[in-house]
Design a protein around this ligand. Structure first.
Ligand code: GTP
Length: 596
């Protein structure tokens, strides 16, 4: 298709505002999926995505659409829907000329949508505002059209009202995509450059890479090079998704499609990288490439130690499809052998944790998430700390912690409680905008460490679920942080060490000592449970001694019953960890790490 008849667009929407449903309706109306084959949410392939209702991996579908007798190719590029994947969202947007801003007409715009809208505007995309779910009696398209229009600086009449469910308004929307979004530009004769906006591992075909060709042309069987690494590969197949992969005789400037080179790992085909021809390489890559950088770290341990090799295998497999996942072996006195893992954020951690448990059937426990600190010791040495165990002993000269620029969107009645929450979390108010009388956008600078510890849950429970949050990482700040250790009978329990703000050290110590006292069974001697900063104890609880005589219950002669009881106790001992001469059932550690 000549570039002038191509339109590349994506849909920006908050979770549940109906992106998948609308995409499905478009596939059906353009005739590439017939109603019989139509299953809900055709584009969301992974089960987890469907169940959790989030789109993790973006894809691109080509749809034919005829307007005023002219045939067009509409490429719909799916964007992931969560903060942790904002770099992937950014690259998907960079593959488009326009975006549909999809807003649920019963809810209005959300923080997530705003953040992605700002990103689309930075990428100079044409925005088509759309109000969805107008079939619902509770829909208020006029009210939210006002809100969206004032945000975009357009007239409310420019918002188009649709229902992804019934299909109402969707043909008009397809027409507007053709008439309002500009056709892609690019130099057909220049050396080829294509931007990777997604890459997905497929067990049968290896890595499938999604690209937007910016200049020149890519042809099947030619050798291509990845510009960030210089590695080159033969193009085994190139084509478009419509809606199944369909090989073509190449892709030219302006087109969107997929390519397969036989690489086995998404790290060899990275989002944001530029693909060029190996025989006539472009002099410079496209702008905007960045390595994925894990920001949140956590130890992941099998609950049953014999699952350790299986856990390693699971991580190896998951990594094929996830360029941002990092891990290395680690071991803990309390939890045994496991892995220190790096993630883009909390949701990323959650997804990996769930996939390990569900797809690989391994029960695991994760230690409290930690961010990346830069510590300068008194000796002037700089240490990167992603794990409390790496925190230098003794005095430190300087600690920097990562910061986030957070946007909170809330009904105005909850402004007070949210400000209080942000205050407690060491936030700095940067500004406040009223989107309408009832809805307020708050801007805060917040330490990332404060966001990764149940901030989101707090936000939701304080606002009955009505507020939403989005954040971008930006910069770092000096912070007064200390490492708090938990000691059992004077010996540290490594899995519970944490780096916390000095002002919060005391309450953390109190909370954890209480928790452990309640979870660890009494033993035959008294056990102190302490929290300490260095050698200074800041909290203490005591587990009182008990004489545990399992045989006391058996009156007299029943020998076999006694033996059974003794064996049962021995069995239990196997699952015990001994710390400071104290026998602790692993379940106690697991419980202490999970119950919030
Ligand atoms: P994620 O994939 O989780 O980002 O969600 P999404 O934005 O793709 O939303 P999805 O299409 O899954 O729709 C969310 C819910 O809204 C589903 O229960 C849909 O059935 C419903 N829904 C979507 N569009 C409409 C609509 O036009 N009218 C009505 N009544 N319901 C809709």
């Amino acid at each position: 298709t000549p570039a002038e008849y191509i339109r590349n667009f994506c849909i920006i929407a908050h979770i549940d505002h109906g992106k998948s449903t609308l995409a499905d309706r478009m596939l059906q109306l353009t005739g590439i999926v017939d109603a019989r084959e139509m299953r809900d949410q055709y584009l969301d392939r992974m089960d987890i995505e469907r169940e959790r209702g989030i789109t993790i991996k973006s894809q691109a579908v080509r749809m034919p659409w005829t307007m005023e007798g002219q045939a067009y190719a509409l490429n719909m590029i799916d964007t992931p829907g969560h903060v942790d994947f904002s770099y992937e969202v950014n690259r998907s947007l960079a593959a488009c000329e326009g975006a549909i801003l999809l807003v649920d007409a019963t809810q209005g715009i959300e923080a997530q949508t705003l953040a992605n809208l700002y990103m689309a505007l930075e990428n100079d995309l044409t925005i088509i505002p759309v109000l969805n779910k107008i079939d619902l009696p509770s829909a208020q398209p006029e009210k939210y059209a006002q809100e969206v229009a004032s945000l975009l600086g357009v007239e409310p009449e420019e918002c188009i009202a649709v229902s992804g469910k019934t299909g109402a308004g969707v043909p008009e929307l397809l027409d507007r995509i053709v008439s309002e979004i500009s056709s892609p530009e690019g130099d057909l004769d220049a050396p080829s450059r294509a931007m990777i906006f997604d890459s997905v591992y497929d067990i049968y075909r290896g890595v499938v890479t999604y690209v937007r060709v910016k200049d020149g042309r890519l042809n099947p069987r030619e050798r291509v090079a990845m510009m960030s690494t210089g590695s080159s590969h033969e193009l085994l197949e190139i084509g478009v998704i419509a809606p199944e992969p369909k090989p073509t005789a190449g892709l030219a400037a302006g087109e969107v499609g997929y390519l397969i080179t036989g690489v086995k790992d998404v790290r060899q085909s990275r989002v944001g990288d530029t693909v060029t021809s190996a025989s006539r390489p472009a002099p410079a890559p496209l702008e905007g490439y960045a390595d994925p950088k894990p920001m949140v770290f956590s130890g992941i341990y099998p609950i049953d130690g014999s699952d350790y090799p299986a856990l390693r295998e699971a991580l190896d497999k998951l990594r094929l499809n996830d360029a941002a996942l990092q891990y290395e072996p680690e071991n803990s006195v309390a939890l045994g052998f496991g892995f220190r893992c790096g993630f883009l954020g909390l949701l990323h951690l959650d997804i990996i944790r769930e996939r390990i448990e569900r797809e690989f059937d391994i029960s695991i426990i994760a230690t409290a998430p930690s961010v990346v600190y830069r510590v300068i010791t008194d000796g002037g040495e700089e240490v990167t700390v992603t794990n409390p165990s790496e925190f230098p002993d003794g005095k430190v000269a300087h600690i920097s912690e990562p910061m986030a620029k957070a946007t909170l969107l809330t009904p105005s009645e909850y402004v007070g409680t949210l400000m209080e929450l942000c205050q407690q979390r060491r936030g700095n108010l940067q500004g406040m905008d009223y989107l309408s009388e009832e809805r307020v956008e708050l801007h805060y600078d917040l330490p990332l460490a404060e966001i990764v510890t149940d901030f989101f849950d707090q936000l939701k429970s304080r606002t009955k679920g009505y507020a939403s949050l989005d954040y971008d990482l930006e910069g770092e700040q000096e912070a007064d942080l200390v490492k708090v250790d938990l000691l059992l009978n004077h010996e540290p329990v490594d899995a519970f060490s944490a780096i916390v703000h000095r002002e919060k050290a005391y309450s953390y110590g109190l909370e954890m000592t209480k928790k452990l006292r309640n979870l660890i069974p009494r033993q035959q001697f008294e056990i102190p449970v302490q929290a300490a900063i260095g050698t200074r104890v800041i909290a203490r609880e005591t587990i009182r001694a008990v004489r545990k005589d399992v045989l006391a219950k058996c009156y007299g002669g029943d020998v076999s019953r006694k033996r059974k009881l003794l064996e049962k106790q021995k069995e239990g001992k196997k699952r015990m960890k001994t710390i400071g001469r104290v026998d602790v059932p692993q379940e106690a550690f697991v419980a202490a790490l999970t119950s919030e």
